[in-house]
Write a protein that binds this ligand. Structure first.
Ligand code: AP5
Ligand code: ZN
Length: 205
């Protein structure tokens, strides 16, 4: 299977992807995670990406498309979730070209539907375990005792606002793009993580 998780920052894409990975054997390809890892390791990619990410802007399409191409080749035959990719029309068009080349067809694009006010609450309370990458929330899903968590660099208020702006202007057009392809599946992502997961399972199978 080949799934895309589409939705605003903080919609719960990563949270639900981690669960599908744990319970259904999917592999998650999160362009955000790949970029953060590169920044941490100060690779060439990381050096290029950091300033865009810290500003809440998108990293240039050619860089991102290159990353995905490599991953698709590496993961041939596996069930995958594209988490946070594509994010622009040119990325989606590039993906449409790449998929048949690696023997895949797109099964569905899951739109995590959630309003901006909720996004702001979720992102300002998000914490991450840097050792495992597991995602928590100080109120909705507090980390277990003894687990040391950190806050993402881009989860500051000004950057959150910019990311939302970028989502509405550059990524939201993909909703129509995939609706026209008959691939769009909308889920109500304002519900609890368990309820969102249930909706996800019902549209994924
Ligand atoms: P990326 O890492 O993809 O960030 P994002 O899209 O902004 O999404 P998030 O990871 O913030 O949110 P999420 O939907 O995964 O939510 P989560 O599950 O963590 O991208 C970061 C940056 O990298 C971009 O700004 C850009 O610069 C660059 N980049 C990445 N991909 C790119 C691309 N394709 N092109 C160009 N640039 C790219 O949940 C959020 C919080 O809510 C957590 O605290 C969680 O515990 C909580 N939560 C989750 N579900 C629920 C629920 N149901 N109820 C209550 N709380 C919940
Ligand atoms: Zn994420």
């Amino acid at each position: 299977k080949t799934l895309i998780f589409l939705g605003p920052p903080g919609a719960g894409k990563g949270t639900q992807a981690q669960r599908l990975v744990a319970e259904k054997g999917f592999v998650q390809i999160s362009t955000g995670d790949i970029l953060r890892e590169a920044v941490k390791n100060q690779t060439e990619l990381g050096k290029k990406a950091k300033e865009y990410m810290d500003a809440g802007k998108l990293v240039p399409d050619d860089i991102i498309i290159g990353i995905i191409k490599e991953k698709l080749q590496e993961l041939e035959g596996k069930d995958i979730i594209l988490d946070g990719f594509p994010r622009t029309i040119p990325q989606a068009e590039a993906l449409d070209k790449m998929l048949p080349q690696v023997g895949r067809t797109l099964d569905g694009v899951i739109l995590f539907d959630v309003p901006d006010e909720e996004v702001i609450k979720r992102l300002s309370g998000r914490r991450v375990d840097p050792k495992t990458g597991k995602v928590y929330h100080i109120i909705y899903n507090p980390p277990p005792e003894g687990v040391e968590v950190i806050q993402r660099d881009d989860d500051r208020e000004e950057v959150i606002k910019k990311r939302l702006e970028v989502y509405h202007s550059q990524t939201a057009p993909l909703i129509e793009y995939y609706r026209k392809q008959n691939k769009l599946l909308v889920i109500d992502a304002t519900k609890s993580p368990d309820e969102v997961y249930k909706q996800l399972l019902s549209v994924v199978k």
